[in-house]
Design a protein around this ligand. Structure first.
Ligand code: ATP
Ligand code: MG
Length: 288
C-alpha cells in the first residue's frame, strides 16, 4: 500500500502555522512486523533506483533534514538509507561553522558538499540553520563578519530566503532534485527523549546541557521554522513537515517521499558500449 505523503507537503505560497500540523498521526502500519516489512520494501526499491540514478548519471538527489534536538534526524537517516550503496551516497552533518567557513558567504560551506550527478546527498542540518539558529540567536549573526549594510539590513531574513530559493531553483535546473524534511516533534516528546538519553548510559553522550538552552527557546524556534518553511517551500524544492513523535511513522513517510522523488526522474540505463557483433565476438573469446 502506497502512503499518501501529499498531506505532509507544504505547497508553494502556503503560510505555515505549526500548531495546525500534527506531530502525531494515526500509525501508518498495523504492527511492528508490518512496519518492518513496508520499510524493507521501500528500502529495496530505493536501492534499485539508486543504482539507476548512478548509471544514468544525469540527476542528483539532495535530502535535507532539519529539526529540533532529539527529533530523530540521525536515526531516520540511518534506517531509511540503510539499503543504499554507500558509494552512491554522501552524508554531511553541519555544526557550528569554523573560522574558515565564517570567512565566506553563508551558502559556501554547504555548496562544497552538494552531491555529484548520480549520487544521493544528505544534509543533516544545512544552510537552513542560517535562518533558524542564527535568527533565534542575534549574537550569532553579530559574529558572522558581515559588512555593515548586511548586518544592519532589516530585511536580512527575506534576503536570505531569496538566496536559498534562487540556489535551489538553479540546482533543480541543473539536475539536482531537492527534498526538505522538517521532523516535527512535540515539546513533550522531546522531554521524554532527553530523559531517555539521561537514563541510558549508551545514550548519555547524545545529551548536551546546551540542548536545554535551545529547548527554552522552543517558541522562537517554532516561529523561525514557520517563517522559513513558508518562504522556501517551492514546487521545485518542497518541504515536508513530518510528524515525528512516532519514529516508525516518520521513517515510512520519509522513505515513501524519497522513493516517489526517485521514481519521478526520467532515467534509463545507458546503451551498451559494444555492438551486437562485438558482443558475440567477446562471448566467443570468453567461452573459448
Ligand atoms: P543531535 O540531534 O544528535 O543533538 P545535532 O544535529 O543537534 O544532533 P549537535 O552537535 O548537537 O548536532 O549540534 C550542532 C549545532 O550546530 C546545533 O545546535 C546547530 O544549531 C548548530 N549549527 C549548525 N549550523 C550552524 C550555523 N550555520 N550557525 C550556527 N550554529 C549552527
Ligand atoms: Mg544537538
Amino acid at each position: 500500500m502506497k502512503i499518501d505523503t501529499s498531506k505532509f507537503r507544504v505547497k508553494e505560497g502556503d503560510k505555515v502555522r505549526l500548531k495546525d500540523w500534527s506531530t502525531d498521526v494515526k500509525p501508518l502500519y498495523g504492527s511492528e512486523e508490518d512496519y518492518q516489512e513496508v520499510l524493507a520494501k521501500h528500502i529495496d526499491s530505493m536501492a534499485e533506483l539508486q543504482n539507476l540514478l548512478y548509471a544514468h548519471d544525469r540527476y542528483a538527489l539532495l535530502l535535507i533534514f532539519q529539526a529540533m534536538d532529539a527529533a530523530g534526524k540521525d536515526s531516520a537517516i540511518k534506517h531509511v538509507m540503510s539499503g543504499v550503496n554507500p558509494q552512491g551516497c554522501q552524508v554531511f552533518s553541519f555544526k557550528k561553522p569554523s573560522a574558515e567557513e565564517l570567512d565566506h558567504d553563508f551558502l559556501w560551506r554547504t555548496t562544497r558538499c552538494l552531491p555529484e550527478r548520480g549520487r544521493i546527498g544528505i544534509f543533516n542540518r544545512s544552510y537552513y540553520e542560517e535562518v533558524l539558529v542564527v535568527r533565534v540567536h542575534p549574537e550569532i549573526l553579530q559574529g558572522q563578519l558581515l559588512p555593515k549594510e548586511a548586518a544592519e539590513d532589516k530585511d536580512i531574513w527575506e534576503h536570505r530566503y531569496r538566496s536559498i530559493r534562487d540556489l535551489e531553483k538553479h540546482l533543480r535546473w541543473n539536475g539536482t532534485r531537492i527534498v526538505k524534511f522538517f521532523l516535527h516533534v512535540s515539546k513533550e516528546e522531546q522531554a521524554k527523549r532527553f530523559l531517555a538519553r539521561l537514563d541510558d548510559p549508551a545514550k548519555n553522550w547524545k545529551f548536551s546541557k546546551f540542548d536545554m538552552g535551545e529547548r527554552a527557546l522552543w517558541k522562537e524556534y517554532q516561529e523561525a521554522y514557520e517563517a522559513c518553511v513558508s518562504a522556501t517551500s517551492t514546487d521545485e524544492a518542497p518541504w515536508y513537515i513530518v510528524p515525528a513523535d512516532d519514529k516508525h511513522n516518520a521513517r515510512l513517510i520519509i522513505s515513501q517521499v524519497v522513493l516517489d522523488t526517485l521514481k519521478d526522474l526520467d532515467m534509463s540505463y545507458p546503451e551498451p558500449s559494444c555492438t551486437a557483433d562485438e558482443v558475440a565476438e567477446i562471448r566467443k573469446a570468453l567461452s573459448g
